[in-house]
Design a protein around this ligand. Structure first.
Ligand SMILES: Cc1cc2nc3c(=O)[nH]c(=O)nc-3n(C[C@H](O)[C@H](O)[C@H](O)COP(=O)(O)OP(=O)(O)OC[C@H]3O[C@@H](n4cnc5c(N)ncnc54)[C@H](O)[C@@H]3O)c2cc1C
Length: 289
């Protein structure tokens, strides 16, 4: 098996303080960890600067482990109703009962046990315990209580309204990325695994409608690699881009760019959605943090 990654490798033990930090922002906003010049156009415009360029910088990770090496480490599963709705909308097999075993398999929940949680997976799941909350969080909890909300504790197992400490993919001391969890020294030493970093997949190779490999660019040179099975796992932006460069996507868009059509699939590259979120920040008096 060959694992291709466009960004750099970060072998075990060389992650460095920023990636390991349980405070994620240093790694998240370091441009060295991003795809350069990635811009997106969103539906919303700045209300106070309607003439501003509609393209915005979009941070997407480009290093081994992808987003898990730089993200906020917030490890929310989503609610059962979300997955059941996916299946209802046509994503066959993606209902809650089907995805739950995979959530359990990937984690060791350090706080909660039972049928909703894994105890032996490679990613530790951790919540900051109440006794370590700063006074600001205690004050917020008191305010929520007064409004009738209670501490639901386990956001990955109880899905009603309420508040809780964030569910984090770290062990309380440091981040555990997908690369740290799944590409351990033992895994990396397997004779049937090779990892090629700084290698960008340009397009899929095909013979008729059969995918036979991938064209890559590395160190300024292009190369064709042949494979029996090719798995595209390049993230929400680059997976559809790679498919479309390979002729898999909406025929009209491909024709406009003079790409030979292999499969007319209108959904590819469409309907990208960000998750909604409201983040409140406050200056707090010294001593309350
Ligand atoms: C700053 C930031 C903060 C985030 N915070 C959170 C959070 O707190 N909680 C949460 O749940 N989610 C968070 N996310 C989102 C989360 O990290 C992603 O949803 C997740 O990493 C997606 O995984 P993926 O494997 O689909 O893609 P990615 O993690 O993007 O991995 C794709 C990998 O493929 C590589 N690649 C792409 N194209 C090619 C190519 N052509 N050739 C070779 N390699 C290629 C990329 O370099 C990357 O390493 C955050 C994301 C960012 C960027």
């Amino acid at each position: 098996m060959l694992l291709l990654e466009a960004g750099r490798d970060v072998p075990p033990g060389s992650e460095g303080a920023a990636i390991l930090d349980t405070y994620p922002s240093r790694a998240a906003f370091d441009p060295n960890n991003h795809w350069p010049d990635l811009k997106v156009q969103t539906a919303s415009h700045l209300h106070n600067r309607p003439d501003a360029a509609p393209y915005k910088t979009y941070e997407q990770a480009r290093l081994i482990g992808g987003g898990s090496s730089i993200n906020g480490q917030i490890a929310n599963r989503g609610t059962p109703a979300d997955y059941d709705e996916w299946e209802m909308l046509g994503a066959r097999g993606w209902n809650w009962q089907n995805v739950l075993p995979y959530f359990c398999r990937l984690e060791t929940d350090l706080d909660y046990a039972g049928p909703m949680h894994g105890r032996s997976g490679p990613i530790p799941i951790h919540r900051i315990p109440r006794e370590q909350w700063p006074e600001f969080s205690h004050a917020s909890a008191r305010a929520f209580n007064e409004l009738g909300f209670s501490d639901i504790g386990d956001m990955n197992g109880r899905f009603g309204d309420g508040y809780a400490a964030l569910t984090l993919s770290n062990n309380g001391s440091h981040r555990v990325s997908a690369a740290m969890a799944y590409l351990s020294p033992e895994t990396r030493s397997r004779p049937n695994l090779a990892i090629l970093t700084r290698a960008q997949a340009l397009s899929l190779l095909c013979d008729g409608r059969l995918i036979t490999g991938v064209r890559i660019s590395r160190e300024g040179r292009e190369k064709d690699l042949i494979g029996r099975q090719v798995i595209v796992s390049a993230g929400a932006i680059h997976s559809p881009a790679l498919l479309m460069r390979s002729g898999i996507g909406p025929a009209a868009d491909l024709r406009k760019r003079e790409i030979e059509i292999m499969a007319d699939l209108p959904g590819v590259g469409a309907n990208l959605q960000e998750h909604p979120g409201v983040s409140l920040s406050a200056f707090i008096r010294p001593g309350l943090g």
